[in-house]
Design a protein around this ligand. Structure first.
Ligand code: FE2
Length: 233
């Protein structure tokens, strides 16, 4: 068994165990990663001016929606909500987060996203079989880039029953935060879901269309969900 000294213990507890992962230590002989070329040459050859994004068609603060019982704190930051090979119809959802007061995109806003699997089940909906601590299925947090943009891959969530003869339409939950703005808890819904007309929580402004994108190796559905945050009063 390798010797495990006090210093290792301190390193492990301060960096590793707190985050639920193994010790993070840099090898003693580690060197800075070598560049593969001059960054300025690459930029000059490859970067083009990108037009500023257009304001969403309807520019008013995004409507809120119920939190529901299945949110979990602390989902990992990643650009894919689902684990690898999750069954279901592949979706890509993208959009921008905007400040209502400034009409500018908000860089560094945080989106906490969670959803059911294709069969309408959340990873924490069975009290007899709770998820392991630190294991998050069909949940992620994301940060908007310098143009307020976010994008993730997931699968289309299934509907689920909430009472005799009562189903929730397919939806994805969002909690969006940005410094100086009111936290927005909302959900996005999909055009064409037969339960949209019967659901008691849905708001029409939160329904988005999906359009198929065909690739040689298959196809996915693409949707845009822009979010406008109200200034904290
Ligand atoms: Fe839900």
């Amino acid at each position: 068994m390798p010797h495990y000294g006090r210093r290792d213990f301190i390193r492990t507890t301060s960096l590793g165990l707190a985050a639920g992962i193994g010790p993070l230590t840099l090898a003693a002989d580690a060197q800075p990663t070598e560049p593969s070329g001059k960054a300025e040459d690459f930029l000059a050859a490859n970067v083009v001016e990108i037009a500023p994004p257009a304001l969403p068609a309807t520019f008013k603060p995004t409507e809120d929606n119920i939190l529901g019982p299945y949110h979990r704190r602390g989902a990992p930051y990643r650009g894919k909500i689902t684990p690898p090979m999750e069954p279901g119809e592949v979706l890509v959802i993208r959009g921008r987060v905007w400040g209502f007061d400034t009409k500018q995109p908000l860089a560094g806003a945080t989106l906490d996203v969670w959803q059911a699997n294709a069969e309408g089940r959340y990873d924490n909906d069975d009290p007899r079989n709770p998820p392991k601590k630190g294991v998050f299925h069909n949940r992620a947090r994301l940060t908007t880039d310098e143009s307020g943009y976010y994008e993730y891959e997931t699968i289309k969530p299934g509907r689920y029953k909430i009472g005799p003869d009562k189903w929730r339409p397919a939806h994805i939950h969002y909690m969006v935060t940005a410094p100086g703005y009111k936290t927005l808890v909302t959900q996005l819904y999909f055009e064409g879901d037969p339960e949209n007309a019967r659901d008691q929580f849905i708001k029409p402004s939160l329904i988005i269309p999906l359009a198929p994108v065909k690739l040689r190796q298959g196809q996915f559905q693409l949707g845009t969900f822009d979010i406008v945050l109200a200034r904290m009063s």
